[in-house]
Design a protein around this ligand. Sequence first.
Ligand code: ADP
Ligand code: MG
Length: 694
Amino acid sequence: MTASLKPILAPRSIALAGVSSRPDSLSIKLLDNLLASGFTGRIYPVNPRASSIRELPCYPSVTAIGAPVDLAVLMVPRDLVIPTVDECLAAGVGGVVVITAGFREGGEEGAALERELVSRLRASGVRMVGPNCMGVINTAPDVRLDATFSPTPALPGPVAFASHSGALGVAVLEAAAEAGLGFSQFVSVGNSADVNVNDVLEYWESDERTRAVMLYLESLDEPRRFLEVASRLTARMPVIALKAGRTAAGQRAASSHTGALAAADTAVDALLAQAGVLRATTLEEMFEVALGAQSCPAPRGRRVAVVTNAGGPAIVAADALATHGLELAPLTAATQAEIRSFLPAEASVADPVDMLPSARPEDYRRALGLVLADEGVDAAVAIAVTPPQGSALEVAEAIASQARGCAKPVVSVFMTAARFYPQAHRIPGMPPVYRYPEGGVRALAALVRHGERRHDRGGEVPVVASPTLDGAVARARWGYLPQAEAFAVLEEIGIPVAPWRPARDLEAAVRAAEELGFPVVLKGEASALVHKSEMGAVQVNLASPAAVRQAGLGMADRLAAAGLQLDGFVVQRLVPGGREVILGVSRDPAVGPLLMVGLGGVAVEVWKDVVFRPVPVTTGEAFGMIEALRGAPLLGEFRGRPAGDVASLAEAAARLGALAAAVPELAECDVNPLFVLDQGRGCVAVDVRLRLAP
Ligand code: ADP
Ligand code: MG
């Protein structure tokens, strides 16, 4: 697979089919870029009406070149694309980039042409980037390929970039040059008719110059394959994605909580998170994080030292750290004393280290060196507003001298004149430069997330089986499973259920309560009833037969008043003192089954504190989902209460996820609530709804 992209991304010879001799044409701009980039291979312009272009001899056709051609870049009019591709195949071309537009993006006629194009290529095994794309770049010194219309050459660097939008991609390249972001490769995938983002990611896996990946996505091609490839990549390098647009929400029955909470974008988010991809919400953030990833190692922890010559920006930085779950590092007394030794008495030497406006470049060098050497510091933010003495550039050099080769990441924030920035990028070893503290902190926070990715990969996917569910599927019993069977499914896959009995009428309910032991919970069953407590059909903490009778009569009245037929009761032992959590499964048309973990109970849709992941997940990944909940502290030690049994919750979540992965007919499931008991006591489900669909 990856070898087949080599002729496209590292060609030794290129034919430019349809390059025009008009000086203002786009196609000649591409030729000019190719020449300016210093392409190390041979260039063959193809144009039947010109004898030479830019002093290169021109060929009437690709076949007329008469020498091996690795890559053909097609800029011919749309209706000539297929004949030209045929010619390329006849000439034994290794790969094709089709710049020409007017295919699938332009309607049914174009779509038909695109299908035709793909079928010819597939038959030959030759790969194609495009159509409707802006070309490819590879800055490797032995290739030096810029086959795009980019107005600004890409700086060489470690970031590989793929974009669904060609125009946006080129705009990003332009802005990147200004920000000092350097690229190993750029691929404008266009319509992705053949080569898609996943293929490119796979190629980058083995590209030794690529150390970070940036993606602008408008859709997810082959989501499951993306998950696989991107997961492998993120284990080795940060992958930053800006996903624009929304997925087709598809058909989703929203009768379950999980279904209602799975918004259109949930599946994409879940998939990116599961793959360990850092999702940026704005272009700016994508840039910020890529800048950080370009030159910083991932921090080992969340403790950040701030070194500044101005108090205000340091406070802004401290706030941003807190917002992103990072913390100010507590500096050791020794570090503080050493910093104190060369700063004025008014300076603050605890984190943030405020060296005051009088700080000289030398002070930055020493203070930054000391905080980076402190054991309690995982990363540093160096902030400078235009210093009254010395120049910002000298401060930048001082910062670079400490950041260079340091195993801990440093980001810098300069709030100074515009002319500073392009000069700063030229300082060797200069850490990423941001104009505002928030940008630098956002980048650090993303790198921390990338670094922590390794932790939530542990554990295994549990092996589960449910004969009850398999039986229902075999007999095509679509729709909701009866309560008894749904509980049985949970027990079969190892999720404990609170002891319960079905009861046809009130007297049977009282007998059941006596068998189970008081106190009990009484639940009214009606087939049309989705959320029982909404109709007063759940009565908890009933301590006597009389209480059960009274509750049952009231329930019957309420259901009758609502025109609902009471089918019977469920009597359940009361589970005291657990924390209510929801586990759920919903199905996304593109991504497949998603597992949800959230803070549960009847108000789950109010709090919306839920995390989704594609299944299956390991127990370690389930742990990561629990940690990602805003309300996660409620499951820990809280206000004198012992911690909840989070390990058993993670186990239960992973088990439900494994079931969803194994049984595609499991369309929806809510386990709500699952009570998480105190540490060592496990968890127990008291309510489950489970729907099967073909
Ligand atoms: P529904 O979700 O259909 O309204 P549930 O069976 O989930 O009905 O019950 C609603 C609420 O009642 C639960 O969120 C929980 O707070 C409480 N509850 C239900 N069963 C029990 C039980 N066995 N022990 C303790 N509380 C329970
Ligand atoms: Mg419930």
